[in-house]
Ligand binder design. Structure first.
Ligand SMILES: Nc1nc2c(ncn2[C@@H]2O[C@H](COP(=O)(O)OP(=O)(O)OP(=O)(O)O)[C@@H](O)[C@H]2O)c(=O)[nH]1
Ligand SMILES: [Mg+2]
Length: 215
């Protein structure tokens, strides 16, 4: 059997599969996928691009850019998903309701969802939406990995301080399923750490601990 490609290598050849504006347009619900969620403008699409070394996902200075659920293939069985941002005030109510419905349907119904990468601007972490997502994932038993994005906007010390604060609050309020790290797309900070998490979620068998030797 050929050796399995490590996730970081697969990321380099990631490719766009399709956009879905409704849950029934999503690719077949088989294999494993990791979704990037977070408030509008938090840096989800940028993080996805940084982690895949590609210009896969559209980024924008205008919040509310990603209005569809975008699917990217790592290989035949593994996908990354760019979700539309939550909470952008200027989006018409009707469209907001449409997203909310389909995002909720995606999150609750998707069998292949192995984990959620929750992207938060380090300067505005743990918004009500972020907390809702953490609560929901906790109840659903789904792991969440938080990227505190735009860490380059703070000094290293301030960023570390914010990391500790968020880590403590998340541990206290949402159990130990959620993990947190610093991230910056322009500085490529935190790429290896994030790859490590994706590797665990998308290659669960290889990531499982070695069984203890038999007596
Ligand atoms: N300085 C800095 N800017 C960033 C970083 N990540 C994203 N940005 C900027 O923030 C803006 C929004 O980034 P996107 O990646 O499009 O954000 P998004 O979460 O996908 O936004 P929506 O699709 O609207 O939900 C863009 O102007 C990015 O260049 C980061 O780590 N550091
Ligand atoms: Mg986006």
């Amino acid at each position: 059997m050929p050796p399995v490609m490590p996730l970081a290598i697969l990321c380099q050849t990631a490719s766009f599969i399709k956009s879905a504006s409704k849950v029934d347009q999503c690719p077949e619900d088989i294999g494993l996928e990791v979704a990037f969620a977070g408030r509008s403008n938090a840096g989800k699409s940028s993080a996805l691009n940084t982690l895949t070394h590609a210009r896969l996902a559209r980024t924008s200075k205008t919040p509310g850019r990603t209005q569809l659920i975008n699917f990217f293939a790592l290989d035949e069985h593994r996908r990354l998903v760019d979700l539309p941002g939550y909470g952008y005030a200027k989006v018409p109510l009707e469209l907001k309701e449409h997203w909310k419905q389909h995002l909720d349907a995606y999150l609750t119904g998707r069998q292949s969802l192995a984990g959620v990468v929750l992207v938060m601007d380090i300067r505005h972490p743990l918004s009500p939406f972020d907390c809702m997502m953490l609560d929901w994932a906790n109840t659903a038993g789904l792991p969440v990995h938080i990227l505190l994005s735009k860490a380059d906007k703070l000094s290293f010390g301030a960023a570390k301080g914010e990391l500790l604060k968020v880590q403590n609050r998340v541990r206290r309020e949402f159990g130990n399923r959620a993990t947190v790290q610093l991230f910056s797309s322009p500085k490529r900070m935190g790429v290896e750490e994030a790859h490590g998490v994706l590797q665990q979620w998308l290659f669960p068998e290889e990531s499982a601990e070695e069984p203890a030797p038999q007596e």
